[in-house]
Write a protein that binds this ligand. Sequence first.
Ligand code: SF4
Length: 404
Amino acid sequence: MSAWTSSRFDAGSNQDWQRRLTESLQQSSQWSEAIQPLVTKLSVGKSLSLEDGLTLYNHPNLSEVGRLAHEVRTARFDDKAFFNSNVHVNQTNVCVLACKFCAFRRSKKAEDAYAMEVDAYLEDLGQYAEFVDEVHSVGGLHPDWGIDHYEELFRATKARFPHITIKALTAVEIKHISQLSDLSYTQTLQRLKNAGLGSLPGGGAEILDDDVRAIICNGKESSQEYLDIHRSAHEVGLSTNCTMLFGTIETLEQRVEHMISLRELASETGGFQCFVPYPFLPDDTRLPEAQLATGSEILRTIAVSRLMLHSIPHIKAYRMNIGDELAELALQFGADDIDGTVQKESIMHLAGSTTPLDHDRYQLSRLIKDAGCVPIQRNTTYERFEIYVAPEPKRRKRLQVIQE
Ligand code: SF4
């Protein structure tokens, strides 16, 4: 079978994944004394607690934490690793806020401020449209763009490129549009959905703790507002992702509490499809007090996410942020999804990402296969899947030795 479908809620999981997990944990080899109680909980489908999350963060043996996360990921998805073909079009960098960590935003009068009107947006997207099935659009909070602008943008996009799913607008953008247009979150989301919005990305969650938010992103939506906006999206039938920005000023406890808040909402609505943990990138931003995450900490956070978040099917290795090498390793540490064939993106690259922009599907599938997984191309909302069969690899040329 090379192509199949799934429901929005199963999102490609093995339907009997909990039974498979129970069996595999019963057969698995010995676990350390600290990890064994967590294994017992996971094998009977019990959620891990805040203390369990801290145990995972503080456990000296990283590979044991990774092994347990890989057991859960494998029970759920075997050795599949999912990706899609998307392009990022960041519609404007003009923003009325000035989050401390943000290297992207500009004031309206800045020399390099930009705001793509509908035609410019379509022209930009048009360069990539035949190669992608999703456009991912997030941007600043433009002072003049309310619901009318975005309805026009989404209608025009769907009319010109009906095959493309629009994944757009973070929670704070939804809040901004609803305030500018004097609408509730539900009214805003319903109107945008009617105009062609297909799903919401998860950006802007940062850390769901209002003391941390007051320092790193003062003025953004509160923790509760982030959750309320995503709940409203799920209620109008829009799937969403959720994220965590780590390595700024938060504690390990705040990270685990963040995951638990998202898990609880996901258990209630079933509307989160993918969790995307990504570390703060330091260059050219304004948060000198950030702790920054090491490579091991990134892998550990991905593993902890997988173990804490049983109600969110997919854990993404966001390679644009963590780089290809760590993303590949993350597929053995609980991640099952890897960012797609992004042709262009601005926000992470301004903040210091060095991942090349023009990875094609062949290169991505090579990375997936090298990690021991099978590349599966998916649609935005994890309902359609196809095994990706890569073209024959280019033959390596033997270097000619010149004899002196
Ligand atoms: S993170 Fe978003 S809301 Fe904050 S300043 Fe940057 S563009 Fe604006």
